[in-house]
Ligand binder design. Structure first.
Ligand SMILES: Nc1ncnc2c1ncn2[C@@H]1O[C@H](COP(=O)(O)OP(=O)(O)O)[C@@H](O)[C@H]1O
Ligand SMILES: [Mg+2]
Length: 305
């Protein structure tokens, strides 16, 4: 089933199996994904392709500066028929929510979505309403240097299980893309290969993938190391170690194994952790990145046998 899903996505996004694997890792880990890259690299297309490949309730929210919180979570509307207010659910009530160009909306609107992501419920007018399960947010954003963006605060970035970028395709893959799109967009012909019940079963199996105590200890040591790094203003949160464990399990599962190896942790460490650390101003001006901090931690921490 996963092989069919990957195949489906790779007919739409050419030559990007690593990015596709990362997105599927987040999906299997029951976590939200942030796709961060320059315009035109297939972010929206990849997110839509995953939504189409799963027959699930899907909604796309285009974030703009004038988008309001109620445009996401919904709100109370007056019904003349029975003379009272009723709740009209917003587009966040779906299994897969594509939050497109999330950093173009104001912080207040971003936080309406991010609360829903963490709590998996929406609270309005004192009443809480559960979101459907599975619930997966795929957000896209252009790099923060772009004009007219409100960078996501670190507390909100922490809610993304992992961050991935796609990158430009290689020469041959770009040629293939040109050939694919002579008359139409391959996305328009995509068919579902899995439903939400099947996805929920896969996610449950991922939670059963074994993790040795020594590997759990390795995860905690890596995370702790970021908290003692003098060039960081903020290290990785406990939510980060939970997500790292889950993504390592998902990666092992995708590789057909029933237990996590230390290299699963190593491969997932940067995608899962790098966006959660906050580098202090001086080190940032020196060019230090979250990825480099995580790579350094991986080099320094002894790997379990
Ligand atoms: N690696 C790729 N393989 C196939 N098509 C691609 C690839 N990268 C970009 N495209 C195509 O480029 C166009 C723009 O993609 P889009 O998803 O709208 O970009 P973004 O959301 O990153 O700005 C789409 O037609 C998409 O199919
Ligand atoms: Mg886009």
């Amino acid at each position: 089933m996963l092989a069919r899903l990957k195949e489906n996505l790779s007919t739409v996004i050419r030559g990007k199996s690593e990015a596709i694997d990362q997105l599927l890792t987040a999906m299997l880990a029951d976590g939200h994904a942030l796709i961060d890259d320059v315009p035109g690299t297939g972010k929206t297309t990849l997110a839509k392709a995953l939504a189409v490949s799963l027959s699930a309730r899907f909604s796309r929210i285009q974030f703009t500066p004038d988008l309001l919180p109620t445009d996401i979570v919904g709100g109370m509307i007056y019904s003349a028929a029975n003379g009272s207010f009723t709740f009209r659910p917003g587009p966040v009530f779906a299994n897969i929510v594509l939050a497109d160009e999330i950093n173009r909306a104001s912080p207040r609107t971003q936080s309406a979505l991010l609360e829903a992501m963490a709590e998996r419920q929406v609270t309005t007018e004192g009443a809480s309403r559960a979101l459907p399960r599975p619930f997966l947010v795929i957000a896209t954003q252009n790099p923060v240097e772009y004009n007219g963006t409100y960078p996501l605060p670190e507390a909100q970035l922490d809610r993304f299980c992992l961050r991935l970028s796609i990158g430009y395709p290689r020469h041959n893959h770009e040629l293939q893309m040109l050939n694919d799109q002579i008359r139409s967009q391959p996305l328009d012909k995509l068919r579902p290969v899995m439903d939400t019940d099947a996805l929920a079963r896969l996610q449950a199996e991922v939670r059963e993938v074994g993790v040795e105590p020594s590997v759990l200890d390795y995860i905690v040591r890596l995370v702790e190391r970021t908290r003692h790094n003098p060039r960081l203003r903020l290290g990785v949160s406990p939510r980060g170690s939970l997500d790292l464990r889950r993504c390592a399990q998902a990666a092992a599962y995708m590789a057909g194994r029933d237990s996590v190896r230390p290299d699963d942790v190593q491969f997932q460490a940067a995608p899962v952790l790098a966006h959660r650390v906050v580098i202090d101003i001086k080190a940032r001006h020196g060019g230090l990145t979250g990825e480099a901090v995580i790579a350094e931690a991986l080099r320094a921490e002894p790997v379990p046998a």
